[in-house]
Design a binder for this molecule. Structure first.
Ligand SMILES: Cc1cc2nc3c(=O)[nH]c(=O)nc-3n(C[C@H](O)[C@H](O)[C@H](O)COP(=O)(O)O)c2cc1C
Length: 216
């Protein structure tokens, strides 16, 4: 279900997407909590929609593909139903000014649940389109923060298949302003990893908040 943004004052709309299978004890969730607290402390009028994908989203299947390939006006009732959840997820993403994705690295990439979310929001005609010059992302004007926690994989290294892919696929959808903040190698660095990421969050928001406030 889509979270409601209810406010009568101008609002900076944030969509928070969580992907860690863990609740309590999840480093990526703690970083997202911190980021939203710090953002609310700097920008007046922040509304947050939360999308927790950890328990899973449907995979794209044959019916989904066929429905998506059918012109919107020509879709039958069943096809509309097949795409209904994807439509909601797209609407939620479109409504956001700021996207905060909090994710672990699982097996050197993103959790399957986060991949499933991307598969549901990557919609030809809605979030990207093909032009004579190639693909064009339709979600322009958004800022994304990717908060990533890892055990042993160094973010940005050759074995990090999560953050380069996330940055690429977000830019494919038109979200080109992406900041990755990593609490990486937590198994090796212990709490220093989270501490360093927390400090970066503070620094990044000190830098970004005036521009974000202007968007309200
Ligand atoms: C199924 C699974 C796979 C994992 N694979 C990796 C991996 O490939 N590389 C890595 O550095 N850490 C890996 N980890 C460790 C997590 O990335 C690390 O514990 C991280 O803190 C989890 O995020 P969270 O604290 O938000 O739950 C894995 C953890 C799980 C549960």
């Amino acid at each position: 279900m889509q979270a409601a943004h209810t406010s009568f004052t101008p609002t900076l709309r944030v969509l928070r997407v969580d992907a860690s299978a863990r609740g309590e004890g999840s480093v990526s969730r703690q970083l997202a909590d911190l980021m939203l607290d710090e953002l609310a402390g700097r920008v007046h009028g922040v509304s947050v929609a939360r999308r927790d994908v950890a328990s899973g989203l449907p995979f794209v299947d044959a019916d989904w593909v066929a429905a998506n390939l059918t012109e919107p006006d020509a879709r039958n009732v069943a096809q509309r139903q097949v795409l209904a959840q994807s439509d909601d997820l797209v609407a939620e993403l479109m409504a956001a000014d700021v996207l905060v994705i909090a994710t672990p690295i699982y097996n050197f990439s993103v959790p399957a649940s986060l991949k499933a979310w991307i598969d549901q929001v990557a919609r030809a005609r809605l979030t990207f389109r093909y032009t004579e010059y190639g693909p064009e992302g339709l979600l322009s004007g958004k800022k994304a923060y990717v908060l990533v926690a890892t055990g042993g994989t160094e973010v940005g290294s050759a074995i990090d298949f999560a953050t380069p892919w996330l940055k690429f696929v977000l830019s494919f959808l038109g979200i080109t302003d992406v900041e990755v903040i990593a609490a990486d190698r937590g198994m090796l660095r212990g709490d220093a990893a989270r501490q360093q990421a927390s400090e970066r969050i503070t620094g990044v928001l000190d830098r970004d908040w005036p521009a974000l406030a202007e968007a309200v």
